[in-house]
Design a protein around this ligand. Structure first.
Ligand SMILES: Cc1cc2nc3c(=O)[nH]c(=O)nc-3n(C[C@H](O)[C@H](O)[C@H](O)COP(=O)(O)OP(=O)(O)OC[C@H]3O[C@@H](n4cnc5c(N)ncnc54)[C@H](O)[C@@H]3O)c2cc1C
Length: 476
């Protein structure tokens, strides 16, 4: 906080013309939350407890007209803008010091169109909001793996989940997007309309405007899916890694397994004798024919004795929410990813050693298996670049005590650096961005220059900073 007793939000607010806030308040259907308001502290809080920022205004929008009013206000008064969807971005870009937060968390409606097998989702909806409505009809779109995550941030940066190997990224399932651009215009972007914007919104992140609704294609899924969630320690953990490396080579498209290195949680579901031990776990699902399903994970599990096994058929909505409680609001988080072309011996060594040296027992090192439908889309067809790498390694630093911020962030950064040093590693994923310290080309590869062109067309004054990696040609 500044040397005056004012927060950055209060300072910025004091610089605005006298009647400005009152004017926008009078035409706003939602709530305008100011630093003096009792709801302010709750409204500025996001999922990651590391982030503690003080905006001048939080505009809790009730609809598209509110979004337009908020965008116009920010542009006219040159306020920094943050857009909040589900508030789950680890870098905390949903909130900004001294600026205006365009908060869509009250815009969460979801409407399924059974005729066209599509779903229309407002810009503040969570994955759980979508799965709940689509599963009423035995349908789903490809989103992420934790139900409390926001659809918007996840989709705009790509979006991997249980259905990705079969149906692609969340962004690949987009049919159209309604977006308020920096000039306050409401535009629809699709293959036929504003195609350049549609291209950029599928993987280029939140730098192009405020998405008020997404239209996704739907697929038949569930209601039950076969779920794999099993934990191994000691020699079994080492064998599990080998099994995984073999299994992914021939994995069917309608199955996906993420392997992670962790420490056995001190929970009654796990034997006390192994609490705190380094472990390897599989988390996955299969949606093939019932007859095949029993065999899908057979080779992966053969001869292994899990210390805990939660695998069973379960409702798709349960699969999507089974990890929710592992990521509570307000804990401290730093997550960062890097892609790899193969799971080599060296990579396995780094993953297991980093897990053992993790300063927090809550942290994990994850290997995501991608490929399948994700890799079939040409790299220049959407802004999302890293389709050619079949695996992603994610360091998830999760801890409680603010005094341990440095040691945990350093652990994840050093782990990424160790993987980066391997010849199989490159790139970064925009949805696990650390604190957004990496350059745009690492995220967007050869699509970067085209993203800058689209940005220069729709947001020449850089109103929407997003992750800060795409700067328009004219701006500094
Ligand atoms: C517990 C947890 C589990 C996760 N699991 C997965 C997973 O399985 N797969 C995966 O791919 N990722 C996953 N992620 C990462 C996730 O995709 C990102 O954190 C994502 O940014 C969250 O989106 P959000 O809307 O909640 O973010 P917010 O913090 O609300 O927004 C982040 C940024 O996205 C942009 N944005 C948000 N809403 C809009 C909008 N309506 N219009 C325009 N721009 C907008 C803005 O730039 C904003 O600053 C997970 C994250 C968490 C915390």
């Amino acid at each position: 906080m500044a040397t005056t007793d004012k927060s950055p939000g209060e300072e910025s607010l004091a610089r605005l013309p006298r009647d400005a806030v009152g004017t926008v308040q009078s035409e706003f259907a939602g709530e305008i939350v100011l630093p003096s308001n009792g709801a302010y502290d709750e409204a500025r809080r996001i999922w990651n407890g590391m982030i503690d920022r003080y905006p001048a205004i939080i505009a809790q929008c009730a609809g598209v007209a509110d979004v337009v009013a908020a965008v116009d206000f920010a542009r006219e008064h040159e306020l920094p803008v943050a857009v909040r969807g589900g508030g789950h971005n680890v870098a905390g870009t949903a909130v900004t010091d001294g600026g205006l937060v365009i908060d869509l968390s009250n815009m969460r409606s979801v409407r399924v169109d059974r005729e066209t097998e599509t779903v229309r989702v407002e810009g503040g909806a969570t994955l759980g909001d979508v799965d709940r409505e689509t599963q009423l009809f035995g349908l789903a779109t490809a989103l992420g793996a934790v139900s409390e995550t926001g659809v918007a941030g996840l989709t705009l940066n790509g979006g991997y989940g249980h259905l990705s190997r079969q149906y692609g990224l969340a962004a690949d399932n987009l049919v159209s997007v309604d977006v308020v651009t920096a000039d306050g215009e409401v535009r629809t972007a699709s293959a036929d309309r504003n195609a350049d914007l549609f291209w950029a919104l599928r993987g280029g992140g939140g730098a192009f405007g405020v998405v008020t609704s997404f239209e996704f294609a739907l697929h038949e899924v569930g209601p039950d899916v076969e779920t794999l969630f099993s934990w191994y320690t000691g020699d079994d953990a080492a064998t599990a890694v080998d099994r995984y490396r073999e299994w992914v080579e021939t994995a069917p498209r309608d199955a996906g397994v993420l392997m992670f290195a962790a420490h056995v949680p001190e929970l009654e579901e796990f034997p006390e004798s192994v609490w705190g031990d380094p472990a390897v776990a599989f988390l996955g699902s299969s949606r093939g024919d019932r007859a095949d399903v029993d065999h899908v994970f057979e080779s992966l599990r053969a001869g292994l004795t899990p210390v805990a096994d939660f695998s069973r058929p379960m409702a798709f909505t349960d699969l999507q929410s089974m990890l929710d409680e592992d990521y509570p609001d307000g804990l401290r988080y730093y997550w960062k990813s890097i892609y790899v072309t193969a799971i080599t011996d060296d990579l396995v060594d780094v993953v297991l050693q980093c897990n053992e040296s993790a300063p927090s027992a809550l942290s994990t090192v994850d290997i995501w298996h991608l490929d399948g439908a994700v890799a079939e889309v040409p790299q220049d067809e959407t802004a999302f670049w890293h389709r050619d790498k079949p695996y992603m390694v994610t360091f998830e630093a999760n801890w409680e005590d603010p005094a341990n911020d440095d040691v945990n962030v350093t652990w994840a950064r050093e782990g990424i650096a160790d993987v980066q040093a391997l010849p199989v590693a490159s790139g970064r994923y925009g949805n696990f961005p650390g604190l957004n310290e990496d350059p745009g080309k690492m995220l967007y590869g050869e699509n970067y220059d085209r993203l800058v062109d689209v940005k220069s067309t729709y947001d020449p004054s850089n109103l929407f900073r997003g992750n800060g990696a795409i700067v328009p040609n004219a701006a500094d």
